[in-house]
Ligand binder design. Structure first.
Ligand code: ADP
Length: 711
């Protein structure tokens, strides 16, 4: 049976939506077909509908596990308003209310039941709901099951057991956390696809943000960063500057004040009152620029942010994309840029060190605490304890290790009203170090992961290919073919011949990449190029490169071509060049995928390189950027035409492979069209931002919009 028409009708009838948002339809279909699913969509992507709509089709109750108790009643009320019979069970109910709801559920009165995860702690609860016919077990905020996630909730670990006891209903797990390890963990922890079912269908969709120009600027130092912030503020006005530390927030804030750039500062070290005042000012639009640590974020729903700058490199792609993603919520073109300097990586390394004590640090702290507390409780700050603990390099790591030792039952830390700091005392009987229930392997694995995430963030900063694609691939989403045309790298490549390779070129690329792979990171570009063209030079033979199976594979193309090809592969992010006096080539993860034909990347194939003039390319790039930053002028214009033009531009942009809207017409150009209402092709040329090429390309359609919408 096909549910194709049914689900569209239901979408319209119950939810009042005309179309599915990106990715929703495929998920709904899979769930309706009875598949276990993992759905990864960004916040606001429309996850709820993915199980709410199937709930109307499936035979039985859709049970939704959601940790957001405060929102449950609202969610249920809004479903009931849509004539979808739904209810919830959580700790706010009396036991009489709960009994009543269960009875009504048993009678088939409700299609959707929201349940708080902690309910599953009670075996009695599971026994009570066991007789209900549960068709779909939907786990919202499913990342809470993963100890690698940022919001682990032990109650979620009970869900696997609950699912088993409820007769293994179909499961849908939904989250906005897109890291591969969290996704894997969800599948393992919920035992998705185990037993009689097929492997789960995994959907990662909706992470692309077509209106964001992503970029990285290599900066020399603080002054350079401040200059760049100044440019952004002058041209784009509204946005956030994220810093890694409170100190940097204060420093940037102070410097911007000196430069007479009005802004507000926000970090967790400020008093609650100061913070909420600053946030209010920003949200109400009294202040256009926020300088903040990542503490500033929750509840920032100001839609008109035109930029998000990172003064320091963040610790992971997840953190970066979440923060950068606060730009352009209104869908208008916006810019996100990392101001990058290798020295800044040290700050993030410091954080990771601080959050992940090694066994040696924990053991060192154990010894000092034994000594310090031997005569009873001591009132010492973390810094003072750190002083007494030689192995600990920073206070932060001591803080983390203290919490671990407290959790392991070795010490107790209390805070007395009016005291200067915490009191630390040994818990009797004092545990020996080897008896402490601390899982060092797990700690070590987490440390490795955190460093790995930072490395990927640095890879992003160094990346020479499409930044949007880099991020989508990181999250496991397959990017659309072709260039994004909107990140700094793709913009620099525009008109330069960067394109997807054809079949013949793909084979050439595979050959070149395999040669790099076989050389195993031991040789530089020159040697690899020589090997590929089959050079008999002494260096090649001495190095044994003539023994490689890839030796001479590209002999007919000649050394210049091969050299250019390697350059193009470096630029596209397929190859990595090591630092140091003898830079060697190695395959990146992306390069490996391209070599195995798992993906393809757009790049500048060598024969095009000879035809293009570099200086023209740079100029074109600059011009585009100027246009993109152009601001609306503020004079009166016909709003209905303006809106109609914007709608047309949106459609056009998606028809043109998501060409950034501002590359069609900037807002300012649209305003001018809406003000002057040109009726003839030649009138269009009077308008700023429209030259003969644009008039030829978009003129007829523009005039048609005006004819239709102008009074
Ligand atoms: P998430 O849980 O992924 O953060 P929600 O399920 O809360 O997102 O949906 C975000 C918003 O999108 C809600 O306001 C919802 O009503 C709206 N929405 C969901 N599906 C559609 C659709 N097909 N068309 C238009 N709006 C939709």
């Amino acid at each position: 049976m096909s549910h194709g028409t049914d689900i569209h009708q239901l979408l319209n009838r119950h939810f009042g939506f005309r179309e599915f948002l990106e990715g929703q339809e495929a998920v709904v279909q899979a769930i309706v077909r009875g598949e276990d699913t993992v759905v990864i969509m960004p916040t606001g992507g429309g996850k709820s509908l993915c199980y709410q709509l199937p709930a109307m089709v499936l035979e039985g109750i859709t049970l939704v596990v959601s940790p957001l108790i405060a929102l449950m009643k609202d969610q249920v009320d809004s479903l009931v308003e849509k004539k979808i019979p739904a209810t919830f069970i959580n700790s706010t109910l009396t036991s009489a209310e709960m009994t009543d709801r269960i009875a009504r559920l048993a009678q088939g009165e409700f299609r959707i039941l929201y349940v708080a995860p902690e309910r599953f702690k009670s075996e009695r609860f599971v026994r009570i709901i066991e007789p209900l016919s549960i068709a779909l077990f939907a786990v919202d905020e499913a990342h809470c099951i993963s100890q690698w996630g940022h919001d682990f909730r032990p109650d979620y670990l009970r869900l696997k057991w609950a699912i088993k006891n409820l007769g293994q209903p179909q499961v849908a797990a939904l989250t906005a956390t897109a890291t591969p390890e969290v996704r894997e963990d969800i599948i393992v922890q919920l035992e998705l696809g185990k037993g009689r079912r097929r492997p789960p269908q995994v959907f990662v969709t909706g992470f692309a943000r077509h209106n964001l120009t992503l970029g990285v600027t290599m900066v020399q130092g603080q002054e350079h960063k401040l200059d760049r912030i100044g440019e952004f503020v002058r041209q784009l006005r509204t946005g956030i500057v994220y810093c890694a530390t409170r100190k940097n927030v204060e420093r940037v804030y102070g410097n911007l004040q000196k430069r007479r750039i009005s802004c507000m500062a926000y970090h967790a070290g400020l008093k609650e009152e100061q913070r909420s005042k600053a946030q209010e000012k920003f949200m109400e639009g009294q202040c256009a620029v926020a300088v903040a640590t990542n503490a500033f974020g929750m509840g920032i729903d100001r839609a008109d942010l035109r930029f998000v700058l990172h003064y320091d490199i963040p610790g992971s792609i997840e953190a970066y994309y979440q923060e950068a993603g606060r730009a352009g919520r209104d869908g208008e073109p916006s810019r996100c840029e990392v101001l990058f300097n290798y020295a800044d990586v040290r700050t993030q390394e410091f954080f990771i060190e601080g959050a992940n004590p090694t066994r040696a640090v924990i053991s060192g702290l154990y010894e000092s605490l034994l000594r310090l507390c031997r005569n009873g409780p001591v009132e010492m700050s973390i810094a003072e304890i750190a002083e007494e603990t030689p192995v600990a390099e920073n206070d932060m790591v001591v803080g983390t290790a203290l919490s671990l030792l407290a959790r392991a039952g070795f010490i107790q830390r209390d805070y007395r009203q009016g005291s200067r700091t915490y009191t630390t005392r040994l818990v009797e009987p004092v545990k020996s170090f080897s008896d402490l229930p601390i899982d060092y392997e797990r700690l070590e694995a987490k440390r490795e992961r955190d460093f790995g995430k930072l490395r990927r963030m640095i890879d992003y900063a160094d990346h020479r290919g499409c930044r949007h694609h880099f991020i989508l691939r990181y999250f496991g989403e397959t990017p659309a073919e072709g260039n994004c045309a909107i990140c700094d790298n793709c913009l620099a490549h525009r008109g330069s011949g960067v394109r997807l390779p054809n079949e013949e070129e793909t084979v050439i690329i595979q050959k070149a990449l395999s040669c790099v792979a076989r050389a195993n990171g031991r040789f530089g570009r020159g040697r690899i190029a020589q090997a590929l063209v089959g050079s008999r030079s002494k260096e090649v033979v001495d190095a044994g490169l003539d023994q490689l199976s890839t030796y001479g594979l590209l002999a007919d193309l000649g050394p210049d071509y091969v050299w250019g090809l390697l350059e193009a592969l470096i630029r596209a992010g397929c190859l990595d060049v090591s630092a140091g006096s003898y830079p060697t080539l190695s395959l990146t993860e992306l390069g490996g995928q391209v070599m195995r034909r798992k993906t393809s990347v757009a790049l500048l194939m060598p024969e095009q390189a000879a035809q293009k003039s570099t200086s023209r390319r740079t100029k074109a790039g600059k011009k585009e950027r100027r246009q993109e930053m152009a601001e609306p002028s503020g004079e009166a214009y016909d709003e209905s035409v303006f809106e109609a033009l914007k709608e047309w531009r949106r459609t056009k942009s998606s028809a043109m492979n998501n060409l950034p809207a501002y590359l069609i017409y900037s807002d300012r150009t649209l305003e001018e069209i809406a003000r002057r209402l040109p009726r003839h092709p030649e009138d269009l040329l009077e308008i700023r931002g429209i030259g003969p090429a644009k008039a030829r390309q978009f003129g007829a359609e523009t005039l048609a919009v005006i004819r239709r919408f102008a009074g």
